[in-house]
Design a protein around this ligand. Structure first.
Ligand SMILES: NC(=O)c1ccc[n+]([C@@H]2O[C@H](COP(=O)([O-])OP(=O)(O)OC[C@H]3O[C@@H](n4cnc5c(N)ncnc54)[C@H](OP(=O)(O)O)[C@@H]3O)[C@@H](O)[C@H]2O)c1
Length: 268
């Protein structure tokens, strides 16, 4: 059994993931967003309405208990925002702060809560940060988006270093305890991956196509990608993420060998 906690479950890629997990005997899911997922009432899914830009919410955040037979617990930091879509000098401080909270603070704080809460759980743990090509490339009008996504990739790198060190320590302790009766079971280890979804037809893409060219000079490229049918389908991308979690449950880290990777384009 896999238990998935995903943010941004109400629409776009997150809703695609939820759709792919509904009524599956081998998967349970808790989804988080402000508006909630109105289409997901199938068995195995629980919907939670929370504002991840609200620091009080983040401070009190508690993951609901996973299924008792869960062998893999997955946290998907998927919620994100493209705003503010504008050039430096024209950014509003509150909008900048709001975006940094959703795109970067929330993934950091939720990862922290996930490890604090489930670190000693016997299941294997996997944190997936939904990154972007914007983490690696600089585009005018996207200073906040690019910087927060680059931060997410670096967060994954640091978490990997920490999880590797913790696993080495746990292995050494387990060896030292070998043969001694009454020792607690060794908890399942934590892994992390940052996976960019490619260019996907969601509300974010609509926003790019509606942007002022002055604020976002690459607008024409995204209009052309849409016109030429080059965007991935959000449901197909959601399914691809879920398939990655299933492969990870079966094969472990070999299933997603790269720490930072990108899904192929997946037209409907
Ligand atoms: N679409 C693309 O081409 C593309 C490309 C690269 C990377 N990505 C990344 O993929 C992820 C999903 O994007 P998407 O395209 O599916 O975007 P989307 O359709 O705009 O959906 C964004 C999701 O984030 C949630 N969210 C936003 N603010 C929130 C808040 N304050 N609290 C809780 N939830 C919040 C939204 O739910 P509510 O509004 O209900 O709160 C929604 O479910 C993002 O991290 C994005 O950066 C997308």
């Amino acid at each position: 059994m896999i238990h998935v906690y995903t943010t941004g479950a109400s629409r776009g890629i997150g809703a695609g993931m939820v759709k792919a997990m509904l009524d599956r005997p081998d998967i349970r899911c808790d989804g988080f967003s402000r508006k909630g997922n109105a289409h997901a009432d199938g068995s195995g899914y629980r919907d939670h309405q929370v504002d991840l830009a609200d620091l009080d919410v983040l401070e009190r955040f508690d993951f609901p208990a996973p299924h008792s037979e869960a062998k893999l617990l997955v946290l998907v930091n998927n919620a994100g925002t493209l705003e503010p879509l504008n050039r430096v000098g024209k950014l509003l401080p509150r909008v900048v702060d709001h975006a940094v909270r959703i795109n970067l603070s929330a993934p950091m704080i939720l990862s922290n809560a996930f490890v604090r809460q489930f670190g000693r759980h016997p299941a294997t743990k996997l944190i997936v940060h939904v990154s972007s090509g914007a983490a690696q490339s600089a585009y005018a009008g996207w200073s906040v988006y690019c910087a927060t996504k680059a931060g997410l990739d670096m967060l994954a790198r640091v978490q990997e270093v920490e999880f590797d060190a913790a696993a080495e320590q746990a292995e050494a302790q387990a060896k030292a305890q070998e043969g001694k009766p009454g020792q607690p079971p060794v908890p399942g280890r934590c892994y992390v991956r940052a996976i960019a979804p490619g260019v996907v037809e969601t509300g974010m893409q609509e926003m790019l196509r509606g942007a002022e060219p002055e604020a976002f000079p690459r607008k024409a490229k995204f209009v052309a990608l849409h016109r030429d049918g080059q965007l991935s389908d959000a449901d197909a991308v959601g399914r691809a993420y879920v398939e990655q979690f299933r492969a990870f449950a079966e094969m472990g880290p070999k299933a997603i060998p790269e720490l930072i990777s990108r899904l192929p384009q997946l037209p409907a």
